[in-house]
Design a protein around this ligand. Structure first.
Ligand SMILES: Nc1ncnc2c1ncn2[C@@H]1O[C@H](COP(=O)(O)OP(=O)(O)OP(=O)(O)O)[C@@H](O)[C@H]1O
Ligand SMILES: [Mg+2]
Length: 445
């Protein structure tokens, strides 16, 4: 068995060859396509774990291809391959559901590490690749407690509601940690030893037949050789996590509403109702009220769902969490505590950036920085360049000339190992002037 099936869509032949040979050597099964159209055709013919998708393609471009891929299967993991100066589109693609991106020219190591990370994430919360079904979702050793007041409030709400059987609706932008929180609720409930079944409602529409959801009796349709329990039934005594509930097909909503209200449903081809005792957790990254206004979601279903709401704020609205998350991620992904540290200037950039991909994006930035960092400190240069030029961020307050001067002197002194003669020479000032400045800025005190 291969490590994973990859579909690489790129119009550059060399890149396709490179990916095929290198990822092949690493044990992956790689299929390539030279255009978006060809990629989609191949995607429809087989199942893939990860798609690498070039942003700039002749004909159908990367963004449109991504849209279509996601429409076919919203749980497909896509890593974008972008050129310099395409960061805006990279961010758009993350909003459309791409998992991450690499910038050309990229290091194969980086892409490999990212791919492994994506696959590991899927496996830890997943069973089948069409819908994530896990007996129990692992990975809580990597869950970091966020210290912001907003999140502290959420945690205390979780503590209160976890032991109850209330339906919970988790709302938040992509990457804020909705899956992580749903898992936490399940784990801290009395149902923790029972299954945690994850259903991606976006996938439900096209690929997942009603029989997969509710099961069927033997002979209900040709091919139904045995009686089969559906996913809903498998969550009996446990938790049913309905992810991307905003994408649920209109046709399915009525039956779903009945199930939410009564816990009852019918297997396909059977007349008798089955009762399931499942705790329901729902997640959405779209505004459900808006979906109702647009006619994509039944009003009665929304009212039934909106029982206890947990709105997870985007990372940019709880910047206090950024240093804590970043430091802990470094500890988790490097060789333990203090093996690598973050320079204060780097932290300034992380704290000011607007994080459209939220915690997922932060993690991706940190893992990349760990690859680029030389030595044991992450410096601003180790971050993707667009972070420092963030137009949307709160904007770091502009520094005074004196602050800049002080920073620069400190940097040069650090470089010369504290040798003031050398530092003065580099700075183009005489030793006496440097000495005065060191004194004035209290650099060594
Ligand atoms: N508290 C946390 N501690 C550590 N990592 C976290 C935490 N919350 C989120 N993450 C990281 O961010 C990633 C995204 O989290 P999660 O999948 O829960 O987000 P989501 O809100 O469900 O996103 P989407 O809307 O795209 O499904 C996770 O894979 C994990 O790496
Ligand atoms: Mg999610």
């Amino acid at each position: 068995m291969s490590d994973g099936k990859i579909l690489a869509i790129d119009d550059e032949k060399n890149i396709r060859h490179l990916i095929r040979s290198e990822f092949g050597l690493e044990g992956f099964d790689v299929t390539t396509a030279g255009s978006g159209e060809e990629g989609l055709t191949k995607f429809n013919q087989d199942k893939y774990d990860v798609v690498f998708l070039d942003l700039k393609l002749p004909g159908m471009d990367g963004i449109e291809t991504l849209r279509q891929l996601k429409r076919q299967s919203s749980s497909t993991e896509v890593i974008m391959i972008t050129g310099h100066g395409e960061i805006g589109s990279a961010v758009t693609s993350m909003k459309l559901g791409a998992r991450d991106y690499v910038t050309k020219p990229f290091k194969l190591d980086e892409l490999l590490r990212l791919t492994r990370q994506v696959l590991q994430d899927r496996r830890s919360c997943a069973g089948d690749d069409r819908f994530r079904v896990g007996a129990v979702c692992r990975g809580d050793d990597k869950t970091i407690v966020c210290p912001s007041p907003a999140m502290t409030k959420i945690y205390s709400a979780v503590k209160r509601i976890a032991p109850t059987d209330t339906t919970v609706l988790i709302q938040g932008e992509t990457g804020v940690g909705k899956d992580v929180l749903a898992t936490q609720i399940h784990r801290s409930s009395a149902r923790s030893k029972a299954p945690f079944i994850v259903l991606d409602c976006g996938v439900l529409n096209q690929n997942l037949a009603e029989s997969e959801l509710y099961g069927h009796r033997k002979g209900a349709f040709s091919g139904a050789d045995d009686r089969k329990r559906g996913l809903v039934e498998k969550s009996h005594k446990g938790t049913l996590f309905l992810d991307e509930i905003g994408n649920i097909d209109l046709d399915l909503q009525k039956k779903f509403l009945r199930f939410l209200e009564t816990g009852k449903f019918r297997r396909v081809g059977e007349t008798e109702e089955v009762q399931v005792d499942a705790r329901i957790i729902l997640a959405t990254n779209i505004d459900l009220y808006d979906a109702v206004r647009k006619g994509r979601l039944r009003k009665d279903l929304l009212y039934r769902m909106d029982v206890v709401s947990l709105p997870l704020p985007p990372l940019r609205q709880r910047r206090e969490d950024i240093p804590a998350l970043a430091a802990k991620m470094i500890e988790l992904y490097s060789d333990g505590p203090n093996a690598v540290t973050i320079a204060p200037e780097t932290m300034d950039i992380l704290a000011a950036y607007h994080w459209p991909g939220n915690i997922r994006e932060l993690r991706s930035v940190i893992t990349k920085a760990l690859i680029f960092a030389e030595g044991d400190v992450i410096r601003p240069d180790d971050l993707p360049r667009h972070l420092a030029h963030d137009q949307h961020g709160a904007g770091r307050p502009l520094k005074t000339l004196e602050e800049m001067e002080k920073k620069h002197i400190i940097a040069v002194l650090a470089e010369t190992g504290g040798n003031q003669s050398k530092a003065a020479e580099i700075l183009g000032i005489n030793r006496k002037t440097l000495y005065k400045k060191i004194h004035k800025f209290k650099i060594f005190s």
